[in-house]
Design a protein around this ligand. Structure first.
Ligand SMILES: [Zn+2]
Length: 103
């Protein structure tokens, strides 16, 4: 199993949270049982306030699964998954890890 950092960002005017139906759909999609069906475990998640950016630390056997899982997010914005440094796998996700760019 490997750890991945997933970043999703969308424009304010396309924010799913402003659409009750889409917001609920995404919340359902991120529910633990559904996530597990994709072979993914969410270790941590954080939303950058006011920037419409979501960070997730997920565990999965391969990156393809992560990309497939993030597919629906691509409709709302730009998903970006990166394999994390293996040595950091024991680290606790920290909100200070977010770098605000282009806000
Ligand atoms: Zn938003």
């Amino acid at each position: 199993m490997a750890l991945f950092i997933v970043r999703h960002r969308h424009e304010a005017e396309r924010c799913p949270a402003t659409d009750p139906y889409m917001g609920a759909t995404l919340l359902n999609y991120l529910s633990r049982p559904n996530v597990r069906q994709h072979g993914i475990t969410i270790q941590g998640e954080a939303v950058v306030q006011g920037e419409h950016t979501l960070y997730m630390i997920v565990e999965s056997s391969d990156e393809d699964r992560v990309r497939a899982f993030m597919g629906p997010f691509a409709q709302a914005g730009t998903p970006d998954s990166r394999r994390s440094h293996p040595r950091h796998s024991g680290d606790t996700p920290s909100s200070s890890a977010t770098s605000a760019s282009g806000a």
